[in-house]
Design a protein around this ligand. Structure first.
Ligand SMILES: NC(=O)c1ccc[n+]([C@@H]2O[C@H](COP(=O)([O-])OP(=O)(O)OC[C@H]3O[C@@H](n4cnc5c(N)ncnc54)[C@H](OP(=O)(O)O)[C@@H]3O)[C@@H](O)[C@H]2O)c1
Length: 329
C-alpha cells in the first residue's frame, strides 16, 4: 500500500515521503480500515517534528484520526460487528496517513450515514476535547465566561458554537486582528487580539475588573501567561496544547494568594478513564452536535496522499483556512 512515512524527526514537509510499504494485517482483537480521509492535526505535526509527549519508533506513519471502511478483521467478536462499516479510525499509535490502517476493534466507531466523509474524518479529536473540557473538566456553568486562546482554530470555533448552544459566554483571544470580525459573526460574545495590548487588561475591561473563573489555552508562552493573569480568584486555567512551543512563566504569588490553578488535559488519558457506556454516549452526543452544526469542523483544502508535503506545509501556515484533509485515493 501507499503511505506517508518519515524515517527521522524534523520539518514535516521535508521528512515525509510517500512510498510503498507492506499492507498491515489485523491480529486478534484488531480491524483493518481502508482509509477514506484523515485530517492534518497539530498533534500529527508535533509527532513528525519529534515534539509530542509520546513518540513512535522510526520509521513511522503519522495520523491519529480519520474515517475509513472496515475491510478485514482479526480473530475476536468485536471486529465482526463493524466489518464493512464506515468507522471513525481512532489510531492512538498513529498510522492513518496511508491506504490502510490497523487499530484495535474497540477504537473503530461506526459513523451514522448522514454524516459526510469530511466531518467523519475529524469526528473525534477536536469534538471530544471540546465536550471534555467544557462539560466535564471545567463544567462551565451557564452564563459564565470561558476565556480561550487560539480561538480561530478548528477547536476554538467549536467552543464558540458550543457556548451559544450550552449557554456559557466565550471570551476569545486570537493573534491576528483580522480574525475578530469572523469569530464575532460565528457567535463569539467577546473577541480580542493579543496584538492589541496585554490580554489581562483587555479581559478585565470586558469582565468589569473581576477576571474569569474558567480558561483554556493551547498556545503557552506569553499568551498562556496572559490567560493566567486574567483569572479571577479561584480561577482555573487548563493547558491543552503547545502551539507556541514556549513555557509559561508563572508568578507564584498569583497561585498562592488567589487560589488560582493550572492543570493539563490530554484526550488520550481522559478517554481511558471513561466507561464503555460513557464513551458510547460521548460518540452519540458528538454525532448529534455535528448534525446541529455545533461540533462540525470547517473543512479546508483536501489533498491526495501523494501531495502530503503540500498538505502539511499548508496546515502549518498562519491564517490557513479550515481543517486540511488528506485522501489516500
Ligand atoms: N490536549 C488534547 O488532548 C488536545 C486534543 C485536541 C486538540 N488539541 C490542541 O488544540 C489546538 C487546536 O487544534 P486544532 O486542530 O483546532 O488546530 P488548527 O485548526 O490547526 O488551528 C491552529 C490555530 O492555532 C493558531 N496558532 C498557531 N500557532 C499559534 C501561536 N504561536 N500563537 C497563537 N495562535 C497560534 C492558529 O492561528 P492563526 O489562525 O492566526 O494561524 C490557528 O487558529 C492544538 O494545539 C491541538 O494540539 C489538544
Amino acid at each position: 500500500m501507499k503511505a506517508a512515512v518519515f524515517d527521522a524527526f524534523g520539518e514535516p514537509s521535508r521528512v515525509l515521503q510517500v512510498r510503498e510499504v507492506p499492507t498491515p494485517i489485523p491480529g486478534p482483537g484488531q480491524i483493518r480500515a481502508r482509509m477514506i480521509a484523515s485530517p492534518v492535526n497539530p498533534s500529527d505535526l508535533l509527532v513528525v517534528q519529534g515534539l509530542y509527549g509520546v513518540l513512535p519508533a522510526l520509521p513511522s506513519i503519522p495520523g491519529f484520526e480519520g474515517v475509513g471502511v472496515v475491510d478485514a478483521v482479526g480473530p475476536g467478536l468485536l471486529g465482526r460487528f463493524v466489518k464493512g462499516k464506515r468507522v471513525a479510525v481512532i489510531n492512538s499509535a498513529g498510522g492513518n496517513w496511508a491506504e490502510y490502517a490497523v487499530i484495535p476493534a474497540r477504537q473503530a466507531r461506526p459513523i451514522p450515514d448522514d454524516i459526510p466523509d469530511e466531518q467523519a474524518a475529524a469526528y473525534f479529536v477536536n469534538p471530544a476535547t471540546v465536550l471534555a473540557l467544557t462539560r466535564h473538566v471545567l463544567a462551565v456553568p451557564r452564563g459564565e465566561w470561558l476565556l480561550q486562546a487560539a480561538a480561530g482554530s478548528t477547536l476554538g470555533r467549536m467552543i464558540i458554537k458550543l457556548g451559544r448552544h450550552d449557554g456559557f459566554k466565550t471570551l476569545s483571544v486570537v493573534r491576528r486582528p483580522e480574525a475578530i470580525a469572523e469569530l464575532k459573526a460565528l457567535g463569539g460574545d467577546a473577541v480580542i487580539s493579543s496584538s492589541e495590548g496585554p490580554i489581562e487588561e483587555q479581559v478585565r475591561k470586558i469582565t468589569g475588573g473581576a477576571g474569569v473563573r474558567y480558561a483554556i489555552d493551547p498556545v503557552g508562552g506569553a499568551t498562556g501567561m496572559g490567560l493566567f493573569r486574567s483569572l479571577g480568584e479561584g480561577g482555573r486555567l487548563v493547558l491543552y496544547g503547545t502551539l507556541s512551543g514556549e513555557p509559561i512563566p508563572v508568578d507564584p504569588r498569583l497561585v498562592i494568594s488567589g487560589r488560582r490553578s493550572i492543570e493539563g488535559f490530554w484526550l488520550g488519558h481522559w478517554m481511558r478513564e471513561r466507561s464503555i457506556p460513557a464513551a458510547l454516549m460521548l460518540f452519540r452526543e458528538i454525532a448529534s452536535l455535528i448534525r446541529q452544526n455545533v461540533l462540525s469542523s470547517e473543512i479546508g483544502r483536501i489533498y491526495p496522499l501523494d501531495r502530503i508535503q503540500d498538505a502539511v506545509r499548508e496546515a502549518g501556515q498562519a491564517g490557513h483556512q479550515g481543517k486540511i484533509l488528506v485522501r489516500p485515493r
